[in-house]
Design a binder for this molecule. Structure first.
Ligand code: SF4
Length: 722
């Protein structure tokens, strides 16, 4: 039996795993006791990874050879890799020649490794000359990126998991940590057990399992977070709990914010947020006066039409109370996906460039062009996720390349997304699994390797870079994601830059050497930047995962940032964000009287292409439902299990209703995972169903462009059975 150290491919906790294998079969998995993210622990998803990689599951679910579909609705048929890459090159080259580089778009994924991300970014921005490259990470963390940059000056989560063990107060807001980041939650439980005096505040419209550990639960009304944070600051100011010395020495802009929060009286905040006045005082006191306060937050803040403002308003509290830059204190955003952080690091989003550079900055564009050896990087901003599919639906983007993600389920407002996939003249889907709804729209399907087969790196929520290693050979005709991108890029280079030396000189025949060469190029791009990793290498990562920054000469990465009170801004000071409270994009009203929110289940991951292959993972929540408050069900004469239409302005889905005291009156919850294989029926075009995103809104935060997946106004009516 062989043992291979790698990393779990699910959530942003980034747990280390040891894969057991025999020949080409993965036979077991266990937590890596040496990995600092989990010290040997795994959750239900991680501990069953090996069962999702059996020969039987591979046979039933994997895309193992390139497939071409001649006509929509027809079954795709097998072709060779040479033919597949030739067709892809022809179609993209023709589209670029006829309509310009912005007529193509790449929609990639926080599931990809850093090396994959790097190559796709260079392919789009360096070779083709379009910034139309965005990622499903736009749906999970772009508000966190924008919030950090607006206040602290750089997209750098300042904390580490060990801060949980130092915190005297933990403020969990907009995160069902117990289910979405289970191994981090185990750490919080351990800390609370060891130090019962530690205060835990949990703030979320739903009273999820995370509330079980809280000393104070704040069931705020959906979308009112900014009002709450401003109200807490108002109380802190009134009570004299802010830290004037820190504010003066290390920040700018406090006076403007102070003037704004003057209006946010406890009475107004209690009324707007649906909270008790005395709870606001308790929360403000614990946050401000504890020796160290750590905030943990996730999609409840990010997936919002005011996501950036929510992030920034929370960070304001940390700056005003000096709860940052010391053990156990700081605003710690949790990433949903295993490598959303790596994508940010290589600039794999439409508005970013390598190593936290900004596309809008001419000097940054020139630096990246020089690093890549291209004349320039285009100035025009690329289309972000929602914009990209809207542009395809409008006929502006004509060729789409989708890698390792399932927009026909995960994007909001599916009617637009599916119209885009139908209208685009050529859709490439690069995937490991043939079971996603997006595969139904592909003209060309390219089979990719996945967990247990790939090599490269990922970065978790605490800035820790870990190696991903292959335990078994790539099955069938699958190829690594970065290799597919490089082979396509080289074909395109022959058309776009004939005779010029390749921009992609990586060894595709030796996956580890090639991936290391890609990573080394990425590393060079970080020199002198806030995330400088010039002191890091694959050999160093062989010893242990490391946090960034780790510049040349340093022996280890930095556990926490801003301990010296110096921030990466022009004058070294952090900036208070004077952000306004904005109501929801689509408030509930008489015709749509329910606030629908979406979220994760404990035992499933995204569209369930992997976790859905395991019967045992349906034991916790066996079927899709819409959860409602029991009183709302009584009022509408609904019984447990009744089928209901859940309808928004964009569409309708039918689900059984389930009573839940986790949610408030006039609220409803549907898990994001159910769709595709796991909902019966298909769309009018024969494609698998989208699930809850048939009804969500694509309204997005104007700064981060992250859509408001956490809220849509809906009506819920009993379905009449025929
Ligand atoms: Fe994997 Fe996240 Fe579970 Fe860790 S907590 S085992 S990274 S899913």
């Amino acid at each position: 039996m062989k043992e291979t150290k790698s990393t779990c491919p699910y959530c942003g906790v980034g747990c280390g795993v040891i894969i057991e294998s025999q020949g080409d079969q993965i036979t077991g998995v266990r937590g890596d006791p040496d990995h600092p993210a989990n010290f040997g622990r795994l959750c239900t998803k991680g501990s069953t990874l090996h069962l999702t990689a059996t020969a039987e599951v591979t046979r039933q679910t994997r895309l193992l050879h390139p497939l071409l579909r001649d006509q929509a609705g027809m079954a795709p048929y097998r072709i060779s890799w040479d033919s597949a890459l030739g067709i892809a090159t022809d179609r993209f080259a023709r589209t670029i020649a006829e309509h310009g580089p912005d007529a193509v778009g790449f929609y990639i994924s926080g599931q990809l490794l850093t090396e994959d991300y790097y190559v796709f970014n260079k392919l789009a921005k360096g070779l083709i000359g379009t910034n139309n490259v965005d990622t499903n990470s736009r749906l999970c963390m772009s508000s966190a990126v924008a919030g950090y940059k607006m206040t602290l000056g750089a997209d750098a989560p300042p904390n580490c998991y060990d801060d949980v063990n130092h915190a005297d107060c933990i403020f969990i807001v907009g995160s069902n940590t117990a289910w979405a980041h289970p191994i981090l939650f185990r750490r919080i439980e351990d800390a609370k057990r060891a130090r019962p005096d530690m205060k835990i505040i949990f703030c979320d419209p739903r009273r999820t399992d995370t509330a079980e550990i809280a000393d104070l639960y704040l069931p705020l009304q959906p979308g009112t977070d900014v009002m709450l944070f401003h109200g807490l600051l108002h109380i802190m100011l009134w009570e004299g709990w802010v830290k004037p010395d820190y504010i003066t020495a290390h920040t700018n802009g406090f006076d403007a914010l102070k003037a704004r929060v003057r209006e946010c009286t406890p009475e107004l905040v209690a009324q707007t947020c649906g909270l008790k006045r005395e709870d606001l005082f308790t929360a403000a006191k614990w946050f401000a006066t504890s020796a160290s306060t750590l905030s943990l937050y996730c999609q409840g803040l990010n997936q919002s039409s005011s996501g950036t403002a929510k992030n920034a308003a929370l960070i304001n509290l940390h700056l005003a109370t000096a709860q940052i830059g010391k053990p156990g204190a700081g605003p710690f955003s949790l990433t949903g996906q295993p490598n959303a952080m790596g994508g940010r690091e290589v600039g794999g989003l439409a508005n970013l460039l390598s190593a936290h550079r900004d596309l809008a900055n001419p000097a940054h564009r020139a630096e990246v062009a020089a690093l890549w050896g291209v004349p320039s990087v285009p100035e025009k901003p690329g289309k972000t996720a929602v914009e990209m599919f809207q542009a395809a639906a409008d006929g502006e983007i004509k060729a789409l390349w989708i890698a390792c993600t399932n927009p026909a389920q995960s994007m909001p407002d599916q009617s637009t997304v599916r119209r885009a996939l139908e209208r685009a003249e050529f859709v490439v889907v690069q995937e490991a699994f043939l079971t996603t709804a997006t595969c139904d729209y592909a003209d060309l399907l390219l089979p990719a390797t996945t967990w247990g087969e790939k090599t490269g790196t990922v970065t978790n929520s605490e800035r820790r870079i870990s190696r991903v290693r292959p335990a078994v050979a790539a099955p069938g005709g699958t190829r690594h994601d970065w290799v597919i991108a490089v082979e396509f890029a080289r074909g395109l280079e022959a058309r776009l830059r004939p005779g010029a030396p390749t921009l992609f000189p990586y060894d595709t025949a030796d996956a580890t050497a090639g991936a290391e060469a890609v990573w080394n190029e990425h590393r060079e791009s970080t020199r002198g930047r806030d995330l400088d990793i010039t002191g890091l290498s694959y050999p160093v990562l062989e010893q242990a995962p490391q946090q960034w920054p780790l510049p040349a000469g340093a022996s280890t990465g930095k556990a926490r940032l801003y301990e010296d009170g110096v921030f990466p801004t022009a004058d070294g000071k952090a900036r208070f964000a004077d952000v306004a409270y904005q109501p929801l994009a689509e408030p509930r009203e008489s015709r749509y009287p329910f606030s629908l929110t979406t979220g994760r289940l404990r035992d499933h991951w995204h569209g369930m292409s992997r976790t859905g292959t395991l019967g045992r993972l349906f034991g916790h929540v066996p079927e899709p439902t819409v959860q409602m408050h029991p009183q709302d069900m009584d009022r509408r004469k609904l019984a447990e299990g009744d089928l209901v239409h859940v309808t928004s302005k964009r569409g309708s889905i039918v689900l059984p209703v389930q009573a839940s005291d986790e949610i408030g009156l006039s609220q409803a919850f549907i898990a994001m995972h159910w769709g595709g294989e796991y909902l019966s029926g298909c769309s009018s075009t024969g494609a698998r169903l989208a699930g809850v995103n048939a009804i969500t809104t694509s309204a997005y935060c104007p700064t981060s462009k992250q859509p408001e997946l956490k809220h849509a106004a809906v009506k819920i009516l009993k379905a009449e059975l025929p």
